[in-house]
Write a protein that binds this ligand. Structure first.
Ligand code: HEC
Ligand code: HEC
Ligand code: HEC
Ligand code: HEC
Ligand code: HEC
Ligand code: HEC
Ligand code: HEC
Ligand code: HEC
Ligand code: HEC
Length: 220
């Protein structure tokens, strides 16, 4: 096994087992999670939002007491551990966010408890800047609603490219009434052009979030 629990490495079987007798199964000196909490701080104290799997569950649902082949002494990979109870985050959707595809659930979620809802390791957009360049930082203009990344993107997977919650133009016209848009000069001859041929959905250096080509009146 690649990963060994330190007390095992130290040969301290008796930290956990009584050699002769015990009221507990496997001759354990303590029952259930209490055994683990003899040496470990309660991981539920790590944050106000607590994972039900830990709160109502068993450390051994995910961890092995002795040794494993997975980091963090997990019985299986992180992906397999989480999918045991959450097999629906990806489903059959065709566009899967790379860290989710890689099974790196703990890149975004705390496994036990966290300060933010959904057990996220960082709140709101700051989670996304862990891996993506912050395109809002230097922009002159930003879209009013851009802080709410989940308003337009699914963090796990989607049937629409770019992890969008909906395809264009519905994603945009949910908030921008086509009747109002039709009154704008710039929309007189949009033809088959998509909203994002002319507008950056996030931010930009031009008013109306216009892409440089659209500024010149010659959208790509
Ligand atoms: C950190 C606490 C801990 C230490 C240290 C520990 N064990 Fe265990 N052991 C457990 C727990 C918990 C179980 C019950 C596992 C379960 O319920 O799946 C267990 C189960 C067992 C079992 C019965 C089930 C099985 O896996 O075969 C044996 C035998 C065993 N331990 C031997 C040892 C030996 C030998 C050592 C020292 C090299 C040791 N244990 C050290 C916690 C520990
Ligand atoms: C006798 C003390 C002791 C007991 C009891 C104990 N642990 Fe540990 N455990 C340690 C020490 C020491 C380490 C290594 C230092 C650390 O990471 O805190 C460790 C490390 C770990 C790690 C991190 C392993 C890694 O490689 O990252 C996990 C997970 C863990 N223990 C889970 C458990 C679980 C689950 C139980 C209950 C079955 C348990 N421990 C009971 C002492 C203990
Ligand atoms: C739902 C599954 C799950 C349960 C239940 C669970 N853990 Fe974990 N635990 C994890 C995952 C995932 C990691 C991170 C592994 C990695 O990627 O290194 C982890 C890491 C750890 C670590 C090492 C890193 C750290 O946070 O210090 C310890 C110690 C630990 N768990 C103890 C416990 C104890 C004690 C319990 C029971 C009270 C418990 N865990 C219950 C999934 C779980
Ligand atoms: C033993 C079953 C089990 C395992 C394993 C498990 N979970 Fe959960 N998880 C639950 C339950 C039960 C809930 C609460 C009901 C729900 O929201 O589905 C939950 C809720 C969640 C939530 C929502 C929390 C909230 O505040 O609403 C997240 C995020 C989550 N789990 C992530 C993970 C990750 C990441 C892993 C792997 C490290 C994992 N779960 C492994 C059972 C599990
Ligand atoms: C890139 C970051 C990221 C990764 C990686 C990630 N998640 Fe999430 N997850 C989120 C965000 C953000 C939310 C909150 C969504 C919302 O606000 O609607 C969430 C919500 C959840 C929830 C609760 C709501 C729901 O959709 O059921 C579960 C359960 C969950 N994730 C499980 C997982 C599992 C399992 C993995 C690994 C396969 C994983 N996540 C990987 C960012 C991530
Ligand atoms: C109003 C809807 C909307 C919001 C809110 C939004 N996005 Fe997007 N995002 C889009 C659209 C539409 C695309 C596809 C653009 C294209 O096809 O040219 C996209 C593309 C992306 C891409 C891939 C292409 C690129 O530009 O790098 C990333 C990464 C991204 N968004 C991250 C984010 C993050 C992080 C947030 C939150 C800070 C966010 N988005 C908020 C609509 C939105
Ligand atoms: C753990 C790292 C990580 C985090 C955190 C993360 N991403 Fe990503 N994301 C990636 C990687 C890697 C890719 C694929 C390469 C690329 O396009 O940059 C990607 C691609 C994307 C894409 C375009 C890809 C597609 O599948 O069409 C969007 C949109 C996106 N991320 C949005 C987000 C949003 C929104 C958040 C915050 C909720 C976020 N990301 C957080 C790593 C991350
Ligand atoms: C959740 C609602 C919402 C969604 C979805 C949305 N927007 Fe917006 N948008 C707003 C709000 C609010 C404003 C600021 C007030 C206004 O101008 O109507 C705005 C402003 C704009 C502006 C003017 C920016 C400026 O500098 O004044 C453009 C252009 C725009 N949105 C394009 C889009 C495009 C393209 C999409 C789809 C990718 C989209 N919007 C999706 C709510 C939304
Ligand atoms: C051919 C390029 C082009 C396309 C395609 C386009 N726009 Fe525009 N849009 C413009 C220009 C140019 C302006 C500047 C205002 C004007 O000229 O009337 C503008 C202005 C806007 C504004 C700000 C003014 C207002 O009405 O509030 C919004 C919002 C907007 N567009 C949304 C959208 C949406 C949503 C789509 C897709 C359904 C879209 N645009 C498609 C070029 C375009």
């Amino acid at each position: 096994m690649k990963v060994t629990h330190q007390p095992i490495d130290n040969g301290e079987c008796l930290d956990c087992h009584d050699p002769h007798q015990s009221p507990n199964t496997n001759l354990l000196v303590k029952k259930g999670n209490d055994l683990c909490l003899t040496c470990h701080d309660d991981p539920l104290e790590e944050g106000k939002f607590k994972h039900q799997a830990v709160e109502g569950g068993d450390c051994l649902a995910c961890h092995s007491p002795h040794a494993t082949n997975f980091k963090g002494l997990l019985k299986e990979s992180v992906k397999a551990t989480c999918y045991e109870c959450h097999d629906d985050v990806v489903g059959k959707k065709k566009d899967v966010h790379q860290p989710v595809d890689d099974g790196d659930c703990t890149a975004c979620h705390a496994p036990h408890a966290g300060a933010d809802k959904n057990l996220l390791i960082k709140p709101g957009e700051s989670l996304c800047w862990e891996c993506h360049d912050n395109f809002l930082e230097k922009a002159k203009f930003t879209h009013d609603v851009v802080d709410d990344c989940s308003g337009c993107h699914n963090p796990h997977a989607s049937d629409v490219n770019e992890l969008l919650n909906k395809s264009l133009p519905a994603l945009c016209t949910d908030c921008h009434d086509p009747k109002d848009l039709a009154r704008d000069k710039g929309h007189a001859k949009t033809g088959n052009k998509s909203c994002v041929d002319c507008h950056d959905p996030h931010s930009g250096d031009n008013v109306n979030l216009l892409k440089p080509a659209a500024m010149k009146g010659t959208a790509p």
